[in-house]
Design a protein around this ligand. Structure first.
Ligand code: ARG
Length: 495
């Protein structure tokens, strides 16, 4: 069925005058029923309907239509009076949707038909001119891009807000030492601030990925018509400018069929979700009695309906759990796209529920974590008592390297020391200089000074290390960028 409209959509009352006679007309006239001989099966009506999900893009649909009407007016396809009337009507539909008085009909197949149907009710047959030179195929692609552009901007703000929370935590927790882990085994001490900033760095790349995806989202398909380009000389660049699009699509087939901009966003969103999930996994672990590094604020925990003592990290668990939904959205859209011939296919309607769901999921996850992080109560003493001990073994090996021993040999010497300690129930820092010398003559009194967490941290002052000065410098860099509310410049949107 061609979406190309050859005549006005009419309200049901007017449809009775249809040449095919009033007896076979269903209550809601269809935009295409000129060539159809029986009404749509009620189950098909339900099955094909997307209004429940795509009403989400009503504002963007109307914004796109207003710009299109201006384009039609410039092309001489609408008089100024007609254009004015339609634009005012669209404004009223937008208000009705905003204040909740808009009443969709079962026969409104999607948001595009719903808006146009209501517009025509409000302004009369001239409303049927809004679809001149446009198909729902280029319309829906335009709407999704407008919608996604707004969401990307919102998500970029959400990412920055969580970064701010992390950087504030890093500032507040400066000086607190925590065991760093590899294989979830204590490895070397690090500053807790360094740990928080690791997530701020991940989110920095996430923000950059979103900004990069935005460039390819911000290209206008409108003017592509159903697939071959509109049959009227529309000034696409002028319409694009009005809608804040950076560019116009160069190939009409590609423009109505392409959804890789959605895939890109979902990939970026999946990476954000993966990062959040890792952070949340640590919050879950660290708030357990076994770790005891964090206490959760009551406002961000839940209890058990049965076990009175429980305080559960459900927020962190749910962020971690929802990550699966976001990945699912990415795989869902990729799978929808993989077998489609050019150009538009109705399968493409299945792009929106996963897209909307993933955007909402990732954005709320970012928001709830940004609120929760400042409320976490760091158990400093517990962290610090866990941070030393055998985690300082590398310090001794490095000491031997400074005395001229190849690192491999130093590693073996200290390995024997650790083995001795484990067997005899001793701690590394309980060994005196004389005892150390029995393992290597290179040890002197100065070796024992290395066996402190502070010394281990202080020796890692190189760029990227956990040394305090390096961490503080990075905090300051983040603060300068984030606290000033600095954002990447956005193209001005004209309406
Ligand atoms: N609801 C449709 C979608 O989301 C709009 C485009 C319909 N086009 C068509 N030729 N049936 O993709």
């Amino acid at each position: 069925m061609s979406p190309k409209r050859t005549r006005s959509a009419r309200p049901a009352k007017r449809a009775k005058t249809n040449a095919k006679g009033p007896e076979r007309r269903p209550r809601g006239a269809k935009a295409w029923d000129g060539r159809f001989r029986e009404p749509t099966d009620p189950l098909v009506e339900i099955f094909t309907n997307s209004l429940e999900s795509d009403l989400e893009m009503a504002e963007q649909d109307i914004r796109g239509s207003v710009a299109h009407v201006h384009g039609l007016e410039r092309a001489g396809l609408l008089t100024a009076r007609e254009a004015g009337r339609i634009v005012r009507g669209l404004g009223r539909v937008a208000r009705e949707i905003r204040d909740g008085t808009f009443r969709p009909r079962p026969s409104d197949e999607d948001v595009h038909m719903a808006v146009e149907r209501r517009l025509t009710e409000l302004v009369g047959p001239v409303g049927g001119k809004v679809h001149t030179g446009r198909s729902r195929n280029d319309q829906v692609a335009t709407d999704v891009r407008l919608w996604l552009r707004d969401q990307i901007d919102g998500a970029a703000d959400d990412v920055a807000a969580l970064q701010r929370s992390l950087v504030r935590r890093a500032r507040a927790d400066l000086g607190v030492v925590v065991p760093g882990y590899t294989h979830l085994q204590r490895a070397q001490p690090v500053l807790l601030s360094h740990h928080w900033l690791a997530y701020a760095e991940m989110l920095d790349r996430d923000g950059a990925r979103l900004a990069d995806a935005r460039r390819r989202v911000n290209v206008m398909p409108l003017g592509s018509g159903a697939l071959s380009g509109a049959g009227f000389k529309l000034n696409r660049r002028a319409i694009a400018r009005e809608l804040g699009f950076e560019d116009v699509s160069e190939n009409s087939l590609d423009a109505v069929a392409d959804r890789d901009f959605i895939v890109e966003f979902l990939a970026a969103a999946s990476i954000v979700a993966m990062h959040l999930s890792r952070l949340c996994e640590e919050i879950v672990l660290w708030s357990s009695d076994e770790f005891g590094y964090l206490k959760l604020p009551d406002a961000f925990a839940t209890g058990s309906s049965m076990m009175p003592q429980k305080k559960n990290p459900d927020v962190a668990e749910l962020v971690r759990g929802k990550t699966g939904r976001v990945y699912g959205s990415l795989v869902s859209v990729l799978t929808t796209l993989k077998g489609l011939p050019l150009a538009y296919n109705r399968d493409l309607q299945e792009d929106k529920p996963p897209l909307f769901d993933a955007a909402r999921t990732v954005r709320t996850s970012l928001a709830v974590l940004a609120r929760m992080l400042p409320r976490l109560r760091v158990q400093k003493a517990r962290m610090e008592s866990a941070a030393g001990g055998f985690s300082l073994a590398t310090e001794l090996a490095d000491y031997l390297v400074e005395k001229g021993l190849p690192f491999r040999e130093g590693h073996a010497v200290v390995g024997r020391i650790v083995g001795f300690c484990v067997e005899n129930g001793r701690e590394l820092d309980s060994l005196g200089t004389a005892e150390l010398k029995t393992f290597s003559p290179l040890f002197e009194a100065s070796a024992r000074r290395r066996l402190s967490v502070d010394s281990a941290i202080a020796r890692r002052g190189l760029v990227g290390g956990t040394g305090r000065a390096n961490v503080e410098r990075r905090i300051e860099e983040f603060e300068a960028r984030l606290e000033a509310g600095h954002r990447r410049p956005r193209p001005r949107r004209r309406r």
